[in-house]
Design a binder for this molecule. Structure first.
Ligand code: C5P
Length: 418
């Protein structure tokens, strides 16, 4: 049971915060809600008060009838300062939905209402679950604010992609679903102490390589790096020491993780070979381009007058994963990823597991537009020599947790066998 302070800021998604309260209280947590004035234009305090069983505050100068106590706790004898007491007594402060305005205030340390003042006074874990229009979400100011918050250790629950509040709008910005937010709350309140991946050195490759045709053009792919970055973040949560080799990834970075940027397959290979001997687990999530131009031009190739076609001579890139797996020492675990089209995806994955001598391969079917490449969600099957684990469509963070769980299982079995 945890004491959860829920901050609700303005946005149509405020109605989903009611469901979050319902789930959290059902799971045995004591919840207190505070609202920004704007959020009350969407959902009134009475709804949160009814579901939490406690007064809901909006203003720093409002008296808290429960004196900062959470449901189930006895209030103190004195009348404390509400924003300090509520956050002081909380095990976790979750802001859901976090509007674009509230995120900006948090990033800049403003304290102009109860919610933002409480955030500044928070000393425990702070989680934000943003929800907004997709253009606001993608705006450079929002990106920068999130980066600032992440660097300060704030946990960001990425919004989903789908239909948005305004009619006909579609894109990233939908508040994460309440069960996902509750899972993040519960993960954040894990008591300090040993973590499952403490001491483990993990190498993750992420993104997609670019193989130059000339000085400005390249052969590349649509990989965003989200799966690799999610693996790195979750592994860091679990205590691992993580290095990411990022091939052309434009996503926000986790301050707990070391990043090395590369562009081509050859650069990726060289970085992998440098780090491999110091690594316990390699997760090869990068989409390495298979074919590259034999002799890229140093300058921009020019179209000739009357030219109607062009031939490119392509050679194969080195198979980095096979090379690593071929030299791995006892105690090292090598995991590949297979992005395949259609029904035969799993068969191809099984074949690659054997051919590339891997410990596990994570197979996903990229013929589906809602998962895999450049999507926030994924649905995979983790194939090892002795079993196959299906992970239903979930946020890439949850898929990452499942993959790391399987890696831990494999390693524990190895130790037991040795
Ligand atoms: O053979 P395929 O490209 O489908 O294998 C996918 C797996 O192999 C991925 O883990 C990818 O990172 C890795 N790979 C590699 N070097 C290549 C091609 C793929 O390491 N040249």
């Amino acid at each position: 049971m945890a004491r959860v302070l829920l901050g609700v800021s303005g946005g149509i998604a405020a109605y989903k915060a009611l469901e979050l309260v319902r789930l959290a209280t059902k799971a045995g947590h004591a919840v207190r809600a505070i609202q920004t004035p704007t959020s009350q234009r969407f959902v009134g305090a009475a709804s949160f008060a009814a579901l939490t069983g406690a007064p809901v505050l909006t203003d720093e100068f409002e008296r808290d009838a429960a004196r900062g106590a959470y449901p189930g706790d006895a209030p103190p004898e004195h009348d404390p300062i509400s924003h300090l007491e509520l956050v002081h007594n909380a095990d976790v402060f979750v802001i859901a939905p976090a509007s674009v305005n509230t995120l900006a205030k948090l990033a800049h340390g403003l304290a102009d209402n109860l919610l933002t003042s409480a955030a500044l006074a928070a000393t425990g874990p702070v989680i934000v679950a943003p929800a907004m229009n997709n253009h606001m979400w993608e705006h450079a100011a929002t990106r920068a604010n999130l980066q600032t918050l992440r660097q300060r250790g704030v946990i960001v629950i990425e919004p989903g992609t789908g239909e948005l509040a305004s009619k006909g709008e579609y894109g990233a910005g939908r508040l994460a679903e309440p069960p996902e937010i509750l899972a993040a709350i519960e993960a954040a309140i894990v008591p300090p102490g040993p973590k499952p991946l403490d001491g483990l050195k993990l190498l993750v490759t992420a993104g997609g390589t670019r193989e130059p045709i000339d000085s400005v053009r390249y052969i590349g792919n649509r990989s965003s790096g989200r799966m690799g970055f999610a693996l790195a973040e979750v592994a860091a949560d679990l205590g691992a020491e993580v290095t990411v080799i990022a091939a052309n990834v434009g996503l926000d970075r986790d301050p707990r993780v070391s990043y090395l940027d590369v562009s081509t397959a050859e650069e990726l290979r060289s970085a992998c070979l440098t780090h491999f001997s110091l690594t316990d687990v390699v997760l090869m999530a990068a989409a390495v381009v298979d074919f590259r131009p034999g002799a890229p031009a140093d300058t921009k190739l020019k179209k000739q007058t009357g030219q109607d076609s062009m031939r490119l001579e392509l050679g194969l890139t080195p198979d980095i994963l096979s090379e690593l797996a071929g030299t791995k020492k006892p105690g090292q675990t090598v995991v590949g990823f297979a992005a395949e089209h259609g029904d035969k995806a799993l068969d191809y994955g099984r074949e690659k597991l054997k051919r590339k001598k891997l410990d596990a391969i994570v197979v996903n079917d990229i013929s589906r537009p809602d998962i895999g490449f450049d999507a926030t969600h994924n649905e995979v099957t983790i194939v090892t020599a002795d079993r196959e684990t299906s992970v239903p469509r979930s946020a890439k963070q949850d898929v990452a947790t499942a993959i790391l769980g399987e890696v831990s299982r494999l390693r524990a079995e190895d130790v037991a066998r040795a």
